[in-house]
Design a protein around this ligand. Sequence first.
Ligand code: FEO
Length: 164
Amino acid sequence: MLSKTLQNTINNQIQAEMFSSYLYLSMSAYCETNNYLGAAKWFKLQSEEEWEHAMKFYKFVIDRGGKVQLKAIDQPQHDFKSLLGAFEETLSHEKKVTALINKLYEQSLKETDYPAQIFLQWFITEQVEEEANAVAIIERIKMVGEKASSLLWIDKELGKRAKE
Ligand code: FEO
C-alpha cells in the first residue's frame, strides 16, 4: 500500500507528465505551422511518450492500492522563439521533471518503499536520456547555425525519429 504522501506526490507527477505531453504537443503545432514537419513529428512522438509516462504512474498508483486523483493541466505556451528556442525550452522543462523524479525517489527512500524505488529507477534512467537528447539537438543546431538550409537539414534529421 502506498503512503498518502507518496500517493499525493505521484498524483502530482501524473499531472506533470500530462502537462509535458501538452507542452510538446503545443511545440509540435508550432513546428507544423512554421513548416518544420520533421520537428513536428519529433515533438508529437515526444508528446505521446509523456502521456505513456503519466499512464505508468497511473497504473502504479492503482497496482499499489492507491487512488488516482487527476488534476487540472495548465495551459502550455503557444509561441516559441525559434526551433532552437523550442528545444531550449524542452531542456529546461526536462530539468524540472528530473528534479521532481529525484524528489519522488528521495521520498521512497525515506519511507523504505522498495517497490516505489524499483519503479522509479526506470524514470531516473529515462530522464538522463531525455536531457541528453535535448542537449544533443541544441548542440547540433548551434553547430550548423540557424540559416534556412541548415534548419531544413536539422528538420529532416528530426523527422527520422521513430516510435520506440
Ligand atoms: Fe516524462 Fe520528459 O519526462
